[in-house]
Design a protein around this ligand. Structure first.
Ligand code: GLY
Ligand code: MN
Ligand code: MN
Length: 464
């Protein structure tokens, strides 16, 4: 946790931005795995963490936007709880630690929210993404769960996203610590990869490092020789000589900040020429984006830098023909990289995605999203000093996608479908680092590099 002054200043700024009404920020509750007392690993809601700091289940924060008074709701532990969980701070202690002016039992929350609604005050909340939270909010607000999304607070949503977008010095320090976990995870994967070993075994080692140095992984580890399957959580393969292994994994530091990196490397420790050729194109796109990034640039411009570099490289392999500009105009990069160049990173591995473009359509909010220019809508995302984002270009050969595009006559005269036949069983390559935008350009987070050049990767793979 940061000092209480940081949380107090954040809440004051939030009040300034929202202006009126009550701001309701529910923390997460424990989520049962198969019976109530056997729960999934607890993960606090990131917005609650940002304003109230505590990684503790079953707390709710309410801020009066007009008076600035923050109240932390929760129930003190009983002796019965303490028998199972040991001595715990009181809710008053928790409130004091983050500078919240009041603390109250959870039963009081319903009365306080009802009183505000009766007075005609607006209750601002973000669209809830967990079943348990939806039910609680539905009870509190007296509306059905299906109505919650429509009544979310757009003012709160933009205020939170804009504040979380710009990372402060202490947040950047926290992200640097999260990098260290990622470094350990990825070098463990490289060092321990070898022919005949199961993907499971290496994935287990990778996840173990996340637990050893932090609270666990920041998302479910992707580790597979089928790198062309973008979010492949199947680790059932046995590592084969001649294949590439893609590892996309990140760790979460005790403070909640996360890392997200991808490396792709040869199982037997030596790239073939064909693999090296494709790998170096992806690396060139990764480097070109990091080199081109300037404060004030639009995310889409950065994305175009990477796409252009990929297409130039693919032209060199005769997989793309004609001018790169024609290929760009036709959107041909999509066939090889059917995902965006990156996403925001912070307390969430896809920062603020619970309130972003993937959680609902921003079309009715287009003008506001344009003016806001933060990561919740990548179409209008302007990269400013303090923005943190992933840089993760890739080249994937997805037979189903290739066949679909060819059968629809897409990219005719641009994509060389005949030549592409030689790559159908190639798999996929992605390379990912986390960038922080500075006053003059950007910095790759971390004080060292997870091996990324062909030489450095070959020097590490299988050397445990
Ligand atoms: N962790 C999945 C991604 O890179 O977005
Ligand atoms: Mn990733
Ligand atoms: Mn990512």
């Amino acid at each position: 946790m940061f000092s209480k002054e940081i949380y107090m200043a954040r809440r004051a700024e939030l009040c300034r931005r929202v202006g009126k009404g009550l701001i309701l920020l529910p923390g997460n509750v424990e989520s049962p795995l198969n019976y109530p007392n056997n729960t999934y690993h607890f993960r606090q809601d990131s917005t609650f963490l940002y304003f109230f700091g505590h990684n503790v289940p079953a707390l709710v924060g309410v801020i009066d936007a007009e008076t600035g008074v923050a109240t932390l709701y929760g129930d003190d532990f009983t002796v019965d709880d303490i028998i199972w969980m040991g001595p715990q701070p009181t809710i008053a202690d928790f409130a004091e630690q983050v500078g919240a002016e009041c603390s109250k039992p959870m039963a009081q929350l319903q009365c306080d929210i009802a009183a505000a609604i009766i007075k005609g005050r607006e209750v601002h909340y973000l669209p809830p993404y967990r079943g348990e939270t939806k039910l609680m909010m539905s009870d509190l607000l007296g509306i059905t769960p299906s109505m919650l999304h429509a009544r979310k607070s757009v003012d709160l949503l933009f205020a939170v996203a804009e504040m979380r977008e710009k990372k402060s010095a202490e947040e950047i320090a926290a992200l640097e610590e999260a990098f260290e976990i990622g470094y350990q995870m990825h070098t463990t994967a490289m060092l321990n990869t070898r022919v005949g070993r199961s993907e499971h075994e290496v994935a287990g080692m990778v996840d173990g490092m996340a637990l050893r140095y932090g609270t666990g992984t920041s998302f479910t580890t992707i580790l597979s020789q089928h790198g062309e399957v973008l979010h492949n959580h199947d680790h059932s393969g046995i590592m084969e000589s001649g294949r590439l292994l893609l590892c996309d994994a990140g760790g979460e530091h005790m403070n909640g900040y996360v890392s997200d990196h991808t490396r792709t490397f040869p199982v037997n420790g030596k790239f073939t020429q064909k693999q090296k050729d494709v790998y170096n194109i992806v690396l060139a796109a990764h480097d070109a984006a990091a080199e081109a990034l300037r404060p004030g640039m639009m995310y889409s411009e950065l994305s175009d830098v990477a796409s252009r570099t990929l297409l130039e490289g693919l032209k060199g392999l005769d997989l793309v023909r004609g001018s790169v500009e024609d290929a760009m105009a036709a959107g041909a990069a999509y066939l090889f990289m059917p995902h965006g160049l990156g996403h925001g990173i912070g307390l969430d591995v896809h920062d603020c995605e619970n309130i972003g473009e993937r959680s609902f359509s921003f079309e009715p909010l287009a003008e506001r999203a344009k003016a806001s220019a933060c990561c919740i809508t990548r179409q209008w995302w302007r990269l400013m000093p303090g923005t943190v984002l992933s840089d993760e270009p890739g080249i994937y050969f997805v037979p189903a996608l290739i066949d679909k595009m060819e059968s629809e006559g897409k990219y005719k005269g641009i994509v060389n479908y005949e030549k592409l036949k030689e790559y159908r069983d190639f798999g996929g390559i992605r390379l990912e680092d986390d960038l922080i935008v500075t006053e003059t350009g950007c910095k790759i987070i971390g004080d060292k590099t997870i091996p990324i050049t062909v030489e450095d990767v070959e020097a590490m793979v299988g050397k445990a």
